[in-house]
Write a protein that binds this ligand. Structure first.
Ligand SMILES: Cc1cc2nc3c(=O)[nH]c(=O)nc-3n(C[C@H](O)[C@H](O)[C@H](O)COP(=O)(O)OP(=O)(O)OC[C@H]3O[C@@H](n4cnc5c(N)ncnc54)[C@H](O)[C@@H]3O)c2cc1C
Length: 387
């Protein structure tokens, strides 16, 4: 067992950290409040190869794994730039296309995802199907050579920044008559695809949307994979990368908040000559949060290592646990940091309260803490399913 990164991974961590710090949380918040995107940071990260670390080299990527992508997610977040679209585009979309797409789809989409010039977002959630994806109502119907999609999606991140959206729909299996899931790569400017922005209480340059699919016609090759049989495995293949990278983003955000607070409490004096950090009522909650973040980081490392070793089932358990632990730790760390800073904690200037919405959302999305507990109860503890 080793807890050390390879020298290449260490270099990646240092380089991404340096990039993130050059932009910093001030840049992230400024963009969010101006209703703009972190275009410059994304483009530079793409040029430097950080967005494609997990994409195979023959398609322009770095040939690494989810361990490397988790490093990128964590370090940018630790610099105050938690970029949600890293979880959607390189983690989910690139993995699904690399693992289950046709050769033509890999050639067409992966190079752009690798250098950051293209983004593909992910649409599964619907008003009636969030935690329970078995209730998906978006339907894809075969019409001659084409597919025609109808349905509604909600909370879809980054549609305004992406050229394509990976839509999860249901199709009818002609042999059984049953509906089964399939994934389609749909251009965001397709006729019949419209969107409206959701007002979210999250300070973020990345937005969520309602998507309406009204007779959206796409060609046969928009279907991910060679046949409808690719649908379910393709859908599941995106889940581990999603959970591991979102956990890494949470751990990075936790580190960022604890660092901001520790800098402040080490110098802020309220009672005579001692810093407020000398009061254990201030330092212990921060130390406790630091322990929780570090524990989550260990679980993320385990999940990423298992995933990169091809041990998908074990990675599924570890990835869910890592996501749960990091979601809780990030929320605790940010809340504790706000408290330790007192009034300054609620200002924009000190840059911690700006993360409250994001870390709160991290306990709900992309999979809620309750659904992870259900998963652990059933698959690890062997408990009966209640739903
Ligand atoms: C910031 C943000 C970004 C998002 N981005 C995307 C995106 O890009 N693409 C996308 O497809 N979706 C996205 N989502 C949607 C997200 O994945 C869902 O919000 C999430 O899966 C929960 O679904 P829901 O909101 O419908 O909650 P519901 O399913 O309605 O659940 C409501 C509450 O009930 C609890 N609950 C439900 N069933 C059970 C049960 N059996 N046992 C115990 N508790 C239960 C849940 O844990 C939750 O607390 C995003 C959401 C947010 C907040």
């Amino acid at each position: 067992m080793t807890f050390d990164l390879t020298s290449e991974q260490d270099q990646l961590r240092d380089a991404v950290r340096a990039l993130g710090r050059r932009y910093g949380h001030g840049y992230f918040v400024e963009k969010a409040k101006a209703g703009e995107h972190t275009t410059e940071l994304w483009a530079e990260a793409g040029r430097l190869g950080y967005l494609g670390v997990n994409i195979p080299t023959e398609y322009g990527g770095g040939g690494g794994g989810i361990t490397e992508l988790a490093i990128v997610c964590e370090e940018l977040a630790a610099a105050g730039c938690p970029l949600l679209l890293l979880v959607v585009s390189p983690a989910i979309a690139a993995t699904v296309i690399a693992r289950h797409g046709t050769e033509e789809q890999r050639k067409r989409h992966l190079p752009g995802l690798a250098d950051g010039s293209a983004k593909i977002v992910f649409a599964i959630t619907e008003p009636e199907a969030g935690s329970n994806f078995h209730r998906l109502g978006t339907v894809a119907r075969c019409d001659g050579e084409d597919w025609v999609l109808n349905g509604r999606k909600c909370y879809i991140s980054g549609v305004d920044e992406a050229g394509h959206v990976l839509v999860v729909a249901r199709t009818e299996d002609s042999s059984t008559g049953k509906l089964k899931p399939a994934l389609f790569i749909v251009p965001t400017d397709a006729t019949g695809l419209t969107r409206s922005k959701l007002d979210m209480e999250i300070v973020s340059p990345e937005n969520q949307f309602l998507l309406y699919l009204d007779d959206v016609r796409v060609p046969a090759d928009a279907l991910v994979g060679e046949s409808l049989d690719a649908g379910l495995p393709a859908l599941f293949s995106g889940l581990n990368p999603e959970r591991i990278t979102v956990a890494a983003m949470g751990a990075g955000t936790g580190r960022y908040a604890i660092e901001r607070a520790s800098e402040y409490t080490a110098t802020r004096k309220v009672w005579g000559g001692r810093s407020i950090g000398s009061h254990q009522g201030v330092s212990h909650p921060l130390a406790h949060a630091a322990v929780q973040v570090e524990l989550a980081r260990l679980m993320i490392q385990k999940a990423a290592t298992l995933y990169d070793a091809g041990r998908d089932l074990e990675a599924g358990v570890a990835g869910n646990m890592a996501k749960y632990a990091a979601g809780e730790a990030a929320a605790l760390a940010v809340d504790t940091a706000v408290q330790a800073l007192g009034g300054a904690g609620m200002t924009t200037e000190y840059g911690v309260a700006t993360l409250l919405g994001a870390v709160r959302a991290g306990r709900i999305a992309p999979v809620s803490r309750e659904m992870i507990l259900n998963f652990v109860a059933q698959h690890v503890l062997g408990q009966e399913k209640s739903y």
